[in-house]
Design a protein around this ligand. Structure first.
Ligand SMILES: Cc1cc2nc3c(=O)[nH]c(=O)nc-3n(C[C@H](O)[C@H](O)[C@H](O)COP(=O)(O)OP(=O)(O)OC[C@H]3O[C@@H](n4cnc5c(N)ncnc54)[C@H](O)[C@@H]3O)c2cc1C
Length: 384
């Protein structure tokens, strides 16, 4: 079925998978994970496959990929790349920074900044969450005050992926508190070195430890009106659109990780013997692995259904990306946890990959909006 709507699915998936296995598959992740090491060389290597800007025009460093093709690339890459934190960093940069810039950037932003983002030459971060405005993002307190053609921004942002290493921040803040979230929020593309923009210390996380995260403080940061992405007041619309892409791409990434863990666990269960019999000969183990395969196929259907909706400019894209996010993330977490138990005590040791895989996938329940928020979106767009 998928091959009918995306004839090059297998080709894209397998080429990104092969690239990732060749350049990232053999990495020993234990030290990098322990030290929270973000590898800029590996980040840059992914540019050979245009991963930082796949939907961008070929002429400026992308591949002019559709959302479906982009998801196929991330699914294959994530299956082959054991460094889940690095894939997450690239996906966040591509989905929430490169893509909105490609869609809404002005001429000068597109000429000067888009090629650098699309080719992974610089790193970008998107900043909307605040300590008191996460799920309730409409209550954000960061404000840009306009003085003629200039804005001055004050506030704080929290949990910002890539912020410690970013050259650009795509910042969402209020420009008109009387209008609320829709109409009152604007998006600014700011240099991370802007005066008054201060990054906090790197946050230590349970998983995805190879992706750097920090908070941001903005004290009277100057932004000329040319730094606006889209028009003043268009921030909520730009953010929502970028989240639809992000959810589809992140779910494709979660799916790729799940495929890898599934194959590794099957190999382990075939090899590991108890009373002379392979683990996989036990019905409970075999059935639990069959259940993972069911999830993989169902998840793939939902990811590409969401991506197809993006490509068709369908009004259902928001709901479909939330449906994919609910199903894929919650089931990827459950499946990887279940597979971890198949390793017995060995699965609990940090020297074995499965323990890190579980810590890494767990973050999917939170980023791009928690699954509670996805359920609110699903029911809110059900036209009941
Ligand atoms: C690894 C990681 C990377 C991230 N990267 C970024 C980034 O790059 N940029 C960025 O801006 N943010 C980022 N975030 C922040 C993320 O978007 C928020 O953590 C998320 O939106 C939840 O907000 P919160 O943490 O404030 O939780 P809260 O909003 O405080 O939620 C707490 C709990 O209450 C529930 N809840 C809250 N409101 C509702 C409601 N209305 N209905 C039902 N349940 C509700 C939630 O589901 C959750 O269980 C990242 C987070 C993580 C974990």
């Amino acid at each position: 079925m998928l091959n009918k709507v995306l004839p090059d699915y297998k080709e894209i998936h397998s080429s990104y998978y092969a690239f990732a296995v060749q350049h990232y598959g053999g990495d020993d992740m234990m030290m990098a994970d322990k030290e929270g090491y973000f590898d800029k060389v590996l980040w840059q290597k992914a540019a050979e496959m245009c991963l930082h800007g796949l939907p961008v025009d070929k002429a400026i460093g992308g591949r002019s990929y559709s959302a479906m093709q982009t998801c196929a690339a991330f699914e294959g890459f994530a299956k082959g790349c054991k460094n889940n934190g690095l894939v997450f960093s690239i996906a966040a940069h591509a989905a929430a920074c490169t893509i909105p810039l490609n869609l809404y950037g002005n001429e000068s932003q597109k000429a000067d900044i888009l090629p650098k983002l699309a080719q992974g030459k610089v790193i970008a971060a998107n900043a909307i969450t605040e300590l008191n405005a996460g799920s309730n993002v409409y209550e954000m307190e960061t404000v840009a005050v306009r003085e003629g053609d200039d804005y001055f921004i004050n506030g704080n942002k929290s949990y910002i992926t890539n912020a410690p290493v970013a050259a650009y921040i795509l910042l969402y803040c209020m420009t008109d508190v009387t209008k609320g979230f829709f109409g009152g929020v604007s998006a600014f593309l700011l240099p991370a070195m802007a005066e008054g923009l201060v990054r906090g210390a790197i946050r230590s996380k349970m998983g995805l430890r190879t992706t750097p995260m920090s908070d941001l403080t903005l004290a009277n940061v100057h932004a000329p009106k040319e730094a606006l992405l889209g028009k003043e007041g268009a921030g909520a619309m730009i953010f929502n659109e970028s989240m639809v892409w992000e959810k589809a791409i992140m779910c494709a990434m979660n799916l790729g990780q799940l495929e890898r863990v599934y194959e590794q666990t099957i190999a382990y269960c075939k090899k590991r013997k108890i009373k002379g019999k392979s683990l996989i000969a036990l019905t409970n183990i075999a059935h639990a692995l069959a259940d993972v395969k069911v999830v993989i196929n169902a998840a793939r259907g939902l990811v590409y259904d969401a991506a197809y909706a993006i490509d068709s400019n369908s009004k259902e894209a928001l709901q479909k990306s939330s449906i994919a996010k609910c199903f894929v993330t919650e089931n990827a977490v459950k499946c990887i946890q279940k597979m971890q138990t198949m390793y017995g005590a060995a699965g609990y040791l940090t020297e074995n990959e499965i323990e890190r895989e579980y810590r890494d996938v767990y973050a999917a329940l939170m980023y791009s909006g928690t699954t509670d928020i996805q359920r609110n979106i699903i029911i809110g767009h059900s036209n009941l």
